[in-house]
Design a protein around this ligand. Structure first.
Ligand code: GUN
Length: 434
């Protein structure tokens, strides 16, 4: 059986870089190649070392571009494509005025399928090959998303949003219907192709205690599913949660009570955590999801990247479209850098590219399948053109090192810098040089 060999400058991470000069944390081959067959990576390294058996395979020449693992976005809402960049509101008003009315449209399966396709094509255009995604509260919206992801051969995590109160009736379910719909979706999609299910209570404000109880029951019944929700994003949200759950000592204790913390739990935002909440996050191996464009856009606050890392909390990076304002993980990384700068940390570009690939794969407990170019993993790779625009080419004329190039890419790059996207070995964004 023949495969294909991608040529270019190959970069993959082995570990989190400790510092900008931690060259042991990654592999980089200037005249490199990656060999793919049957949707898997079978080899990567210096072209000169390409095994004899692969030398007659079809060559796709991407020189002088970089070949890296596909980007991973650990949190996004496909049903918010239509409200990205909605003016003038903070979280709770933004949800009420823009988001809930928009999500109500996803009761229509035709609309849901159309937007799911558009969204996934936008991800592919941006080199995002895996994402953890919220559907709306309507089962049909999750069905549509999974069906479109399956068509494209993508590794995607998603779930129907659970919400039974403090929102209009047309976006609410009930504890029982939410449980039943989630169970049916898990049976239909979890483990099908490369698809995985996330049990998705929106947040404590829109779920009654009865619904959170059944959410915990779902996770007990399906322990290899994920949990995704929001935690401590906005001051008014934290205060309202305290009113709704007066017996709990803090926001995270609501989720703890119902068995929702753990190593497969993805908590979006985590901006205003108490020391107790931080230690529970660390001890339970839960993931704090850093969403810089959203946090800045909704004026929610600054994610304490250094502090949470020092406390041993697992951290991932995400777009949070449509509170977030970009589908590009390069732009997301650029904004993460600025958020950290405001707090005295200059996040180094190797750490950023680690986060976008292996780091986010680890946060999803999927690093044995995605996020690296190790042989045996899925062939999700992207080709990055650091000179994609005249402005980038002008900047690159002064790039003296790989670190400098990566930093210029994240600062100036977007979908135009993604020259090709391979999903399980199939080129879904056309390669320039074939
Ligand atoms: N909290 C509850 N729902 C949402 C949402 O859709 N987006 C964000 N950013 N935060 C939320």
């Amino acid at each position: 059986m023949t495969g294909q060999v991608l040529r270019g400058r190959v970069l993959t991470f082995f570990e989190r870089p400790e510092a900008i000069d931690d060259t042991a944390s990654y592999g980089y081959w200037e005249n490199g190649a990656a060999a793919l067959r049957d949707g898997k990576i079978v080899w990567r390294g210096a072209l000169n070392d390409l095994p004899e058996a692969y030398r007659h395979w079809t060559v796709r020449d991407h020189r002088p571009h970089l070949i890296v693992p596909g980007f991973i976005d650990t949190y996004s809402h496909f049903v918010q494509m239509g409200v990205i960049g909605a003016y003038g509101a903070k979280l709770l008003d933004w949800l009420r005025n823009y988001t809930f009315p928009e999500e109500a449209r996803f009761a229509d399966p035709v609309h849901a399928a159309l937007v799911a396709g558009l969204f996934l094509d936008e991800l592919i255009c941006n080199g995002v090959t895996t994402a953890a995604v919220y559907a709306s509260s309507h089962k049909v919206s999750a069905d549509a998303f999974f069906a479109e992801a399956l068509k494209r051969g993508l590794c995607m995590i998603a779930g129907k949003t659970l919400m039974d109160r403090n929102a209009p009736g047309d976006v609410c379910d009930t504890p029982q219907s939410g449980y039943d719909d989630s169970s049916a979706l898990i049976a239909a999609w979890h483990g099908k192709g490369r698809l995985l299910y996330a049990v998705t209570p929106r947040f404590a404000i829109t779920s009654s205690p009865q619904q959170l109880e059944l959410t915990g029951a779902l996770l007990k019944a399906y322990p290899d599913c994920y949990l995704q929700t929001h935690l401590s994003e906005n001051d008014a949200e934290v205060a309202f949660t305290a009113e709704l759950y007066p017996d709990e000592i803090d926001y995270l204790s609501v989720y703890q009570r119902y068995g929702l913390v753990g190593s497969r739990a993805l908590f979006g935002h985590c901006l205003h955590l108490s020391p107790r909440e931080i230690s529970v996050m660390a001890e339970s191996r839960s993931v704090a999801v850093f969403c810089p464009t959203s946090n800045m856009f909704l004026g929610s606050g600054l994610f304490n990247y250094a502090g949470l890392g020092e406390a041993g909390v697992r951290v991932s990076l995400a777009s949070d479209v449509g509170g977030g304002t970009s589908y590009s993980m390069l732009t997301t990384a650029a904004e993460a850098y600025k958020v950290c700068q405001l707090q005295g940390l200059s996040l180094n570009p190797f750490e950023t590219f680690y986060l976008l690939t292996l780091g986010n794969a680890r946060a999803l407990s999927l690093s044995h399948r995605i996020g690296t170019l190790e042989p045996g993993t899925d062939a999700d790779l992207i080709v990055l053109d650091s000179r994609a625009t005249p402005a980038m080419a002008a900047r690159m004329a002064n790039a003296a090192s790989l670190a400098d190039e990566l930093f210029a890419l994240q600062t100036l790059g977007d979908d135009r810098s993604v020259a090709a996207t391979y999903v399980a070995g199939r080129s879904l964004k056309p390669a320039r040089a074939v």
